[in-house]
Design a protein around this ligand. Structure first.
Ligand SMILES: [Cu+2]
Length: 172
């Protein structure tokens, strides 16, 4: 009987050896320097350059304002401009030597692809929508309310009116 108890006790100790060990002394943390108050700044997107608005190019009817977004419409290469049209503004039928992509930023743009501006055949584009006018293809646009467009294409930007009398440069 006694022998059995001893065996049991030995088995208990054997089963829980860790409990008999003294826990390691707690490591004392070295005093920490206070966190510097200036946290690292998150990477910032470069500020969008402020757009400079100027009178539209002489090839467009007076009244529009333009701002260059990227590139240079007067030089070879890709360009992107924005164009602000006042209410009632219209560009009669014309074409360009290269394709012209027109996207509405705000307002509504009416347009058509034919040799003469025809309000009855106009399609409309709302903000965010775009159309691409193929190179050499006559088209026209008008805006009954103020509208802002983004126009992109390959420079140098040139415009040829179907009817030379529509060309504002002819009047000068
Ligand atoms: Cu055009």
């Amino acid at each position: 009987m006694m022998k059995l108890l001893l065996v049991s006790a030995a088995a208990l100790f054997a089963a829980a050896p860790a409990q008999s060990q003294t826990p390691p002394p707690e490591a004392t943390m070295p005093p920490q320097a206070p966190t510097p108050p200036q946290a690292p700044m998150p990477p910032q997107a470069p500020a969008a350059p402020a757009m400079t608005w100027m009178d539209g190019p002489p090839g467009l009817p007076a009244g529009a304002k333009m701002a260059v977004v990227s590139g240079d419409p007067g030089k070879a290469g890709d360009f992107k401009i924005q164009l602000q049209m006042p209410a009632g503004y219209a560009v009669p039928a014309h074409h360009h030597p290269t394709a012209e992509r027109v996207q509405v930023v705000s307002g509504t743009l009416s347009y058509g692809m034919s040799d003469k501006l025809d309000r009855a055949k106009a399609k409309t584009l709302a903000a965010g929508q775009h159309v691409t006018m193929a190179a050499q293809m006559n088209h026209w646009v008008f805006a009954d309310a103020p509208a802002t467009l983004e126009v992109s294409g390959k420079g140098p930007f040139q415009i040829t009116y179907m009817d030379p009398k529509d060309d504002p440069r002819e009047a000068k």
